[in-house]
Design a protein around this ligand. Structure first.
Ligand SMILES: [Fe+2]
Length: 164
């Protein structure tokens, strides 16, 4: 099957590492907003979007996929918890410490949250550029259910934070 992008998951992970190093070196200002998660697009072209995101305490995405885009992230500082759906096993949690990353193949369904007091900062890349996200819940019987699909170019979008 032909991939939807010339970039591989490895390429995207490397790209987020490069920009994460620039962010850590102070080349890209980071803001924080406890009410609405702050993000800024660092790269926007026909092939890839790169986003810088800050996560204050209890800011969370929502269980989602990235439609037809591959993706990757690298944590610049702080710590993020990713809950990802694993077929046959359900939701699995992993903690992404500063410097660590994750990649998102097609069909990757996950949620991302900062549960720590310290604000987390991460760099995300999507290729082809993000155009839509579907959202999911898990039924009491442990079945993953798609609840809605939205056209969006905003990454890891969430309607609100846990704390409001
Ligand atoms: Fe995501």
């Amino acid at each position: 099957m032909r991939a939807p992008t010339p970039l591989s998951l490895h390429d995207l992970t490397a790209l987020t590492r490069t920009y994460a190093a620039e962010v850590a070196a102070g080349q890209h200002p980071v803001q924080e907003d406890p009410l609405h998660r702050w993000s800024r697009r660092l790269v926007a072209d026909d092939v890839v979007d790169v986003w810088l995101i800050s996560w204050t305490t209890d800011q969370i995405a929502e269980l989602h996929d990235h439609a037809g885009s591959l993706g990757a992230l690298t944590v610049v500082r702080g710590e993020l918890v990713e809950q990802r759906w694993v077929a046959g096993r359900g939701l699995r949690s992993r903690t992404l410490h500063s410097g660590r990353g994750a990649s998102f193949p097609l069909g990757h369904v996950h949620d991302v949250a900062n549960t720590r007091a310290e604000t987390a900062v991460s760099v995300h890349a999507y290729s082809p550029p993000l155009t839509a996200m579907s959202y999911y819940d898990v039924s009491p019987a442990g079945i993953l259910r798609r609840t809605r699909t939205e056209l969006t170019n905003e990454p890891e979008k969430a309607p609100e934070t846990l704390s409001v």
